[in-house]
Ligand binder design. Structure first.
Ligand SMILES: Nc1nc2c(ncn2[C@@H]2O[C@H](COP(=O)(O)OP(=O)(O)OP(=O)(O)O)[C@@H](O)[C@H]2O)c(=O)[nH]1
Ligand SMILES: [Mg+2]
Length: 271
């Protein structure tokens, strides 16, 4: 059974059938966490729908919003009926990017998923590059900033670039990926660990999935841009949450290794 919920009533006509081993042309749900992104949403919707205009299967865009109260809901409602775009609002929940992504993955109508940011730092035109690279030999395709041919917007400050590099180096042993902190990726819900077993803290949901699911990752170079409009949601808590998240994942890895060693040594495995 897929990890997500089944489609709700009224969504039955939307074909979710996809072949997990076939590359490319499957129905796809694009999941985007948003918090106060009203200034970016119109451009995001336009560019995503243009990028997928020749996609030979159905697609949908789900914006999972943490009750921004900035007019985002009304902006998205304008497209209702014309484009497969909807906003899911998390009310009364503690604001959390990773939990928002998990919610979007659960609510998605398709098993094939793409996750990206709303601020246009992930070029919507490259969604199809990620989907095209997805096949039976990988569980996740990451839009990577740290492989040859990737490009970084020079507007990214040196301090941000250095912090990103340092975080990336700390996380690399947990995943077979040069950019485990990327927030732009394609995957298939059926290849993921059970979403209920995940404990992400903060911003790095791809890392959580890669580390706990031991996913086979392929990387596609991206043109990483600076935030288009609006303000960053990073704050002083972000690096502390990241360190807490890393320590949990390293703890999980150690625990797994001990468990495997003990089970290898158990009398039953010797017989
Ligand atoms: N639902 C939800 N989305 C969030 C939250 N925090 C950030 N986001 C979204 O997650 C994405 C990444 O956030 P950003 O603020 O762009 O973080 P960043 O890319 O590391 O930093 P900048 O690009 O410098 O702003 C954006 O689409 C945000 O709107 C949150 O608490 N809840
Ligand atoms: Mg951003």
């Amino acid at each position: 059974m897929p990890n997500g919920q089944p489609p709700s009533a009224g969504q039955e006509s939307f074909s979710t059938l996809s072949d997990p081993s076939s590359p490319g042309h499957n129905p796809v749900s694009i999941v985007v966490p948003t918090f106060r992104e009203a200034a970016n949403i119109p451009t995001l919707v336009r560019r995503v729908s243009a990028a997928l205009s020749d996609w030979p299967a159905e697609w949908e865009l789900i914006l999972v919003d943490d009750d921004s109260n900035d007019g985002s809901e009304a902006i998205v409602a304008k497209w209702g009926g014309r484009l497969p775009v909807r906003m899911v609002t998390r009310r009364g929940a503690t604001r959390d990017l990773s939990l928002s992504v998990l919610e979007g993955m659960r609510l998605a109508r398709c098993d094939r998923l793409v996750v990206m940011d709303a601020d246009l730092s992930h070029p919507p035109e490259q969604i199809i590059d990620l989907l095209a690279a997805f096949d039976a030999d990988c569980d996740m395709v990451v839009g990577s900033r740290y492989v040859p041919e990737a490009r970084m917007d020079p507007a990214w400050s040196l301090a941000r670039a250095l912090l990103s590099r340092a975080g990336t180096l700390m996380a690399r042993p947990l995943a077979d990926c040069r950019d485990p902190l990327s927030g732009f990726f394609a995957t298939d819900r059926r290849r993921l660990p059970d979403l209920e077993d995940l404990h992400p803290v903060g911003y790095k949901i791809a890392l959580e999935l890669m580390a706990r699911g031991r996913l086979r990752v392929r990387e596609v170079p991206i043109r990483f841009g600076a935030r288009h409009r609006g303000t960053s949601k990073l704050n002083w808590r972000t690096p502390f949450n990241f360190l807490r998240h890393l320590s949990r994942l390293y703890g999980y890895r150690v625990h797994e290794r001990v468990r495997r060693t003990l089970s290898d040594r158990s009398p039953r495995s010797a017989s």
